[in-house]
Design a protein around this ligand. Structure first.
Ligand SMILES: [Mg+2]
Length: 146
């Protein structure tokens, strides 16, 4: 796990953009990342796609109209979206709902982003939650945005 502030994240992604011989796969969390620095990620996601890299939106929230509209409103562009909740519903994990949203067993929830990262071989995943970091293994590097 690497701890970066937004300036370092910008540097990292700018490096990907300028060295576009290697196609990179970049994971980006929504809440606390895109929502905290929407202008920065609007610019960076556009540049990444323009240079042939992939932007994977990796979020806990369900992929629905609200989420997509939020991303569009922030001018975020992406290749694909992965949702922890949608994934667990798809594979039949028990999902419980209350007024705070969906719940599944904590240990299952916390490692899901890492499982996705491994499956699609993300190069980097940028997130604001420290708890997911320990599950990430090579080739993905977990960037904790502070
Ligand atoms: Mg977050």
């Amino acid at each position: 796990m690497i701890v970066y502030n937004i300036e370092k994240v910008e540097e990292l992604l700018a490096l990907c953009v300028c060295c576009d011989k290697t196609r990179r796969k970049i994971g980006i969390d929504v809440h606390g990342v895109v929502t905290r620095y929407p202008d920065t990620f609007a610019k960076l996601t556009r540049q990444l796609l323009e240079h042939g890299h992939q932007v994977h939106i990796v979020t806990g929230a369900r992929v629905n109209r609200e989420l997509v509209e939020k991303l569009i409103r922030h001018n975020i562009v992406w290749t694909t979206i992965f949702s922890i909740v949608d994934y667990h519903e798809l594979i039949g994990t028990r999902v419980r709902y209350d007024e705070n949203g969906p719940w599944i067993k904590e240990n299952l929830w916390d490692k899901t982003k890492a499982q996705y990262a491994k499956k699609v071989r993300l190069d980097w995943h940028i997130d604001d939650s420290e708890v997911y970091g320990k599950f990430f293994k090579k080739p993905t590097r977990y960037v904790l945005l502070k």
